[in-house]
Design a protein around this ligand. Structure first.
Ligand SMILES: Nc1ncnc2c1ncn2[C@@H]1O[C@H](COP(=O)(O)OP(=O)(O)OP(=O)(O)O)[C@@H](O)[C@H]1O
Ligand SMILES: [Mg+2]
Length: 201
């Protein structure tokens, strides 16, 4: 399954119908600050059902609709479509090309479509679950990469100058708590046994 095209219309800074084609291999989107690079990844998150406006860098979902610029009036509908090549049948649906679409109108009307037929967001999630379980698609913001690289969240174990294990602080805390509990349980068992011995004597 390969992402082949992203189509945007009325989404954030993409007022006009815009088609981005992704050829096999690595695709990088480059351009000056504010030209709309992040809006492209926002569009991918959005069409896949993102409900949190904050993760789309807005306060309200309506803000994804093109709000107008000095050169153009605002529009009333945002529409994004993702095209997948499904010729290898990784998506459990009998189409060689799968098109997932999300639409939002300023009046609040929201639609999801699968190959242009209205569907529920659940249908899209069910369809993509198989593919994502196979680890096919991950959306990563650069800030999330920074978080992973921030070693203050990670406990690194070194041995002979080599990193032998990295664990998150949460994992280490959980292990410590579980060790503490085992110790407490042993102490209770010992105390109970002592008590029993004292009663018998
Ligand atoms: N709803 C909207 N309507 C019109 N323009 C919008 C809308 N939402 C965002 N924009 C415009 O999108 C532009 C920002 O795009 P984006 O953040 O994708 O740029 P970028 O290329 O990622 O920039 P940087 O390199 O700084 O990260 C701004 O000019 C902003 O006004
Ligand atoms: Mg950006």
């Amino acid at each position: 399954m390969r992402l082949t095209k992203l189509e945007l219309q009325g989404f954030k800074s993409f007022a006009d119908n815009t088609m981005l084609a992704f050829e096999p291999g690595v695709t990088a989107i480059v351009g000056p600050n504010g030209c709309g690079k992040s809006n492209v990844s926002d569009a991918v998150r959005w069409v896949l059902g993102e409900q949190r406006a904050r993760l789309l860098r807005g306060a309200k979902m309506e803000e994804v609709i093109f709000q107008g610029s000095s050169a153009r009036r605002a529009v009333n509908l945002a529409e994004v479509s993702l095209h997948f090549d499904n010729s290898e049948g990784q998506l459990p649906i009998a189409f060689k090309e799968v098109v997932i679409t999300r639409r939002l109108s300023r009046s609040g009307e929201s639609d999801y479509l699968l190959n242009r037929a209205p569907c529920r967001l659940r249908d899209i999630h069910d369809l993509l679950r198989t593919a994502s379980q196979a680890g096919v698609a991950v959306i990563f913001a650069s800030t999330e990469v920074d978080e992973i690289l921030d070693l203050s969240h990670v406990v690194v174990t070194m041995f002979g100058g080599r990193v032998v294990a990295t664990r998150s602080r949460a994992e280490v805390t959980t292990e410590k708590l579980s060790a503490d509990m085992t110790m407490s349980r042993e102490r209770v068992a010992t105390a109970a046994a002592d008590e029993e011995g004292a009663l018998r004597a």
